[in-house]
Design a protein around this ligand. Structure first.
Ligand SMILES: Nc1nc2ncc(COP(=O)(O)O)nc2c(=O)[nH]1
Length: 266
């Protein structure tokens, strides 16, 4: 939280195939320009990703991820823009930290790469543990739960314990319910409504609904770039639920909406 507003993390995907902004920022100068814009609009961090996590996306090698994101992170660092690295790979996280990234945003919560927890532990940096059940290709078949809120809480808690056992400091851990990752729209709404119970786990919660398909469904199939007003609404509701931060593509819309929320609850 910064002056009682949630932290806003701006999304910068340096990929050809991310679901809502793929291909827009593959060029270094375009990526850096957009990252600086997001920071100027009020993002406390810019989340730089080099591998699409969309359902069905094909994986890229670590060296491709590194090639894509390290120059961007280094340039944003030089420009005074704090960044997080969106990766499931330890080698990519290490390279990003060396280039100046401040946060590891690991959508797999340490499951995808056994070496990741040790990297997060030794770096001592904030480490985002998102609920995840497998890589993009298979994840929607994995969307089966007895009670999605209870199951996600339990599985996240297991990842928190694994991180603590690996030496990650409790004060470094941020958790994220992972909307859209092995979740249906119904699951996403249930998890959104249950955000206070995730806040109750005692770790800062990152909420990342931005432009996701469950919002598209609600908006009669509207394409991803036209879901930013709905995203800003989720940012306010997440703030109301007590989250630490929100991860969004349209920073301006969310910052404006959160300012309204702050005045309203004064
Ligand atoms: N912590 C976190 N990171 C993420 N990274 C990518 C995407 C999906 O792709 P996008 O980069 O286009 O939003 N979603 C999440 C998320 O829900 N939580």
């Amino acid at each position: 939280m910064t002056d009682d507003l949630p932290v806003v993390i701006g999304v910068l995907n340096v990929t050809p195939d991310s679901f809502s902004d793929g291909g827009l920022y593959e060029d270094l100068s375009a990526a850096v320009e957009h990252g600086v814009l997001l920071y100027q609009q009020g993002a406390q961090y810019v989340d730089v990703g080099g591998e699409s996590t969309r359902p069905g996306a094909t994986r890229v090698d670590a060296d491709v991820e590194i090639e894509r994101i390290v120059p961007v992170i280094a340039a944003l660092h030089a420009a005074g823009v704090p960044t997080s690295v969106d990766t499931t790979r330890a080698a990519v996280a290490s390279a990003a930290l060396d280039a100046g990234a401040a946060i590891i945003n690991d959508v797999s919560g340490g499951l995808a790469d056994p070496a990741m927890l040790a990297v997060a532990a030794s770096a001592g940096c904030p480490y985002v543990i998102m609920h995840w059940r497998g890589h993009s290709a298979s994840m929607q078949e994995l969307a089966t739960y007895t009670d999605v809120v209870a199951d996600v809480r339990a599985e996240l808690s297991a990842r928190i314990d694994a991180a603590l056992d690996a030496g990650v400091d409790a004060s470094s851990i941020i958790i994220d319910p992972g909307l859209g990752f092995a979740k249906t729209a119904t699951h996403n709404w249930a998890l959104s409504r249950a955000l206070p119970s995730f806040v109750g786990l005692g770790y800062p919660v990152l909420f990342a609904a931005s432009r996701k398909s469950y919002l598209g469904l609600l908006l009669d199939g509207r394409p991803a770039p036209q879901r930013d007003v709905a995203t800003a609404a989720t940012s306010v509701l997440a703030a109301q639920a007590g989250v630490w931060g929100v991860r969004v593509h349209d920073v301006q819309a969310t910052v404006d909406a959160l300012k309204v929320w702050r005045e309203w609850i004064e």
